[in-house]
Design a protein around this ligand. Structure first.
Ligand code: URA
Length: 297
């Protein structure tokens, strides 16, 4: 089975159906003909679309080829390698950016690198990673089919939980990874990534195995919270739940991308409006035109 994008068709259209619980409410598919006119990744320059809500939507995902994704991802990696945005930069051995297929439809987001990951520079290479590999194999996938990364790119000393300031400093890298890879399904592994992407404090034991369509950056994705493999290593009931949930991933991938948010029209700058006013005939007093009224709301 494959978990990478099909490029013979527009990667953002025509894959699977839109038959998802939670989809269809409030989203409309934008006109595909506009896609080529949309801003590039570079144009957007990673600006946070909604102040204070970096995971909320911005308009207009550009269409990229697999090699464009790879090159852009490499550029983000180069930046992350030098990162000094939080104190973890002083204690890390290696920045663990993420690994796998930049063109993947399926993305896994864990918590933070541990000692093995810090040493090797790769995510999920310890016992939890071995379990992840095993579960992937059970559904006919391996690491080269998917993208695997973490909320934090650097190891917290003694494997302590990520601190809020570290998550805040690091989340921009994760957001850019999601923006570039454009996964169809994101599996959040454990509480930290689930809470971050859902912007909500609901815990993993209530949410695991419940897929939902969420707007992440410019796109709608199928968000699928799972127990963290490390939590399943020593607790048989958690392992059983993780395995059951994991085995539903192919079904979610087969649905294809959820319906995408409508591409919004650019809002004319005030200057443009003033210019348009100047170009008009002298306005007459009285009732405003209905069209002008509508434009105010
Ligand atoms: N746990 C994580 O969350 N990520 C890793 O990379 C390894 C263990």
């Amino acid at each position: 089975m494959s978990a990478t994008k099909v490029h013979s068709r527009c990667p953002r259209s025509g894959l699977g159906n839109q038959n998802t619980p939670g989809a269809g409410s409030g989203y409309r598919v934008g006109p595909q003909s506009r896609v080529g006119l949309l801003p590039t990744f570079e144009d957007r320059k990673y600006r946070h679309p909604v102040p204070g809500r970096p995971w909320a939507g911005i308009p207009s995902p550009p269409v990229r080829t697999a090699s464009e994704r790879r090159e852009l991802l490499k550029a983000v990696y180069e930046e992350a390698r030098e990162c000094t945005r939080c104190p973890l930069s002083q204690t890390r051995t290696t920045v663990v950016f993420g690994a796998g297929n930049a063109d993947a439809d399926l993305m896994f987001i864990g918590e933070a690198p541990g000692a093995n990951e810090d040493r090797m520079g790769l995510p999920f290479v310890g016992q939890a990673g071995k379990l992840l590999d095993k579960l992937l194999a059970e559904i006919g996938l391996d690491r080269k089919d998917v993208w695997i990364c973490n909320v934090l790119k650097c190891r917290p000393p003694d494997n302590r939980d990520p601190n809020p300031n570290e998550i805040e400093a690091c989340q921009d890298y994760l957001r850019r990874q999601v923006d570039l890879i454009e996964p169809t399904v994101i599996c959040t592994l454990g509480n930290f990534s689930t809470k971050l992407l859902r912007e909500d404090t609901t815990g993993i034991s209530r949410l695991h195995g419940r897929e939902e369509v969420r707007i992440i950056g410019p796109r709608a994705v199928r968000l699928y919270p799972l127990y963290h493999p490390a939590a399943a290593l020593y607790t048989p009931s958690t392992l059983e739940a993780l395995r059951t949930d994991f085995h539903r991933i192919p079904e979610l991938l087969a649905l294809g991308p959820p319906e995408q948010p409508e591409v919004s029209e650019p809002i004319p700058e005030l200057d443009d409006l003033a210019k348009a006013d100047e170009d008009e005939d002298e306005p007459t007093m009285g009732e405003p035109e209905p069209a002008a009224q509508l434009g105010l709301f």
